[in-house]
Design a protein around this ligand. Sequence first.
Ligand code: FAD
Ligand code: AMP
Length: 480
Amino acid sequence: MAQQFDVVVIGSGPAGYIAAIKAAQLGLKSACIEKWLDKEGKTSLGGTCLNVGCIPSKALLESSEKYHQAHAELKDHGIEVSDPKIDIAKMLERKDKIVKQLTGGIGGLFKANGVTSIEGMGKLLANKQVEVTKHDGSVEVIEAKNVILAMGSVPVDIPPARQDGDIIVDSTGALEFTEVPKRLGVIGAGVIGLELGSVWGRLGAEVTILEAQEKFLFACDQQIAKDAFKTFTKKQGLDIKLGARVTGSEINGKEVTVMYQDAEGEKSQTFDKLVVCVGRRPFTEGCFSDDCGVDLDERGFVFVDDQCKTTVPGVYAIGDVVRGPMLAHKGMEEGMMVAELIAGHHAQTNYDAIPSVIYTHPEIAWVGKTEEELKSEGVKYKVGKMPFAAVGRAMAANDTTGMVKIIADEETDRLLGMHVFGLGAGEIIAQGVISLEFAASAEDLQLTCFAHPTMSEAVHDAALSVDGIALHIANPRKRK
Ligand code: FAD
Ligand code: AMP
């Protein structure tokens, strides 16, 4: 007889593993199917995020930042380090160890919570049956009362820069370079392109980023995007070419020449390695039988409503395989929501309070609306800003770039958005997320006590500055 479960999750990325664990915690018999094999051919849980995404990229960002500090910043503190060297093999080994620890940890969490882990490729059939093709080729069909689709995403490939896995690679390849490329080209100045460009730039590569859009980080607050652009190009030496659309590439021996078009016409540039970071697309190939009943939208995402319900009752889809930002924590939120819904509870992800973080140095982080969005929606708002240049802790850290910007509704004072560029922005933004979740006003933050001296004090002064009553900078206007 076929194995039967209350919940079968396809995919063990952050969306899928959280859904499986939460469902088990709510008393549902749950299983999670995963096809990922590591370099040794063993099943590895955790999806893109743990294996080739969030975690390994942050491990390399940390290593490269430390190297950069040893080279360029410690001397400002009076610390002399003679000729620091980077051992790339050791840096990669450290990254791989963290990945192994975390992916193994998901297996441990499955055991602790009673989630059945199934190895192989899952395919949704009609009537909530799921076919699993094991790595040895054998096939099993399991039955589920509910199915959660969490197959995630894969990098987008573009015909002008076809990958050869050696000179032209995707983000996964750029986490594995065994030496620092002298000339590194990156296509796409999105989050992943900027992070990977920063890693290899800090280690000594000459980095050129070709970006088709004229506007830098168009989803981000544009004042912060401008400040960040200046910092990355002028201070950090990343050559970010905006309005540069890649049209072709040619590998010659050990180098690649990239053709691109900008406002001045056709141009080309030669690199030792080229990383294609032009976005990710949902992964659904081979995951559905023709009669399973699940619809995709026009961009290939699994079509879902606000509660991640697909067109088939009892079949849900979460994470990168559905609409919305392709972020691990967004998938995790959806995983928790769907498990609660299946258990018969009320649940709704708050899509208005999902933070975005770019882990450059300094980091860029935001939550809620930008000024540009509010203007186009015709919402009246007030803005408060606090530059880190006036924050004691930032000075002590020798890291005064950036600011906190808070946007509140002009009439109700309710917080609409928080935007941070600066040291630790990814941590600071949690305060904005909590404020939005709790429907806080700027005044709520004004009346809150912030530890001194911390970077977070900039949140306090930015909130005060919303009403022209900041205490550590001159106020542009008086309180009404
Ligand atoms: P995935 O993590 O893609 O997992 C899907 C899993 O499903 C995979 O393991 C896959 O093998 C499995 N699968 C697919 N189909 C089947 C099938 N039919 N049967 C069995 N198994 C299947 N996001 C952040 O929030 N913060 C970051 O700092 C960040 N950094 C990133 C850096 C890089 C370089 C990259 C590439 C991505 C980064 N992301 C980051 C994005 C983040 O990795 C994704 O948003 C997240 O992994 C999506 O989670 P998911 O569970 O939906 O899918
Ligand atoms: P993201 O979607 O955040 O990962 O960013 C991917 C970036 O790649 C976007 O900013 C796109 O504009 C950019 N992009 C896509 N195709 C090209 C191309 N052919 N040349 C240059 N940039 C591109």
